[in-house]
Design a protein around this ligand. Structure first.
Ligand code: ZN
Length: 155
């Protein structure tokens, strides 16, 4: 692994329609070179309900690899329109994303945990959450710097 490679972590749906939009969003918003993708069917529901221990533990193990081996500083939890694994409506799904963010924050990793909603146009929207700023090692200024560096590398 190249030490300058920047990885981020996403807990996304297995739905093929959500992969590219989320990868593109994480690359542009977080200056990621690589997006580690942990996929389940309706992960926001799984992580909000927190009853399927086997799957929760499996997600947790994969998140640990992404953080420890790839030095990821951000975990994004994704919900999306027309989800086969989580047929709940948008309002319910947003609530589940927020609950999932809180549950993943409780793993006490020193990383930022964010929620993303992929809408009916397959556009990625950040889900606002008062708790999601508890850990913010990736500050806005830092991000601006990273983006600037990346831009300057192109010229
Ligand atoms: Zn889905």
């Amino acid at each position: 692994m190249n030490m300058t490679d920047r990885f981020v972590t996403t807990i996304n749906c297995m739905d093929g329609r959500t992969q590219k939009p989320v990868i593109d969003f994480m690359k542009s918003e977080y200056g990621a070179d690589f997006v580690d993708m942990i996929t389940e069917a309706g992960p926001n529901k799984i992580l909000a309900e927190y009853t399927n221990k086997l799957t929760v533990d499996s997600i947790k193990k994969r998140v640990a690899i992404s953080i420890e081996k790839h030095n990821s500083k951000v975990i994004a939890i994704v919900g999306h329109y027309d989800c086969g694994g989580n047929p709940a409506n948008e309002d319910t799904q947003i609530k589940q994303i927020l609950q999932a963010v809180r549950n993943v924050e409780a793993w006490n990793r020193d990383v930022e945990v964010i929620g993303l909603w992929v809408d009916e146009n397959w556009k990625v929207n950040r889900v606002a959450c008062q708790y999601s700023f508890r850990y913010s090692p990736v500050s806005i200024n830092q991000l601006a710097q990273i983006k600037k560096l990346k831009l300057s590398r192109l010229y």
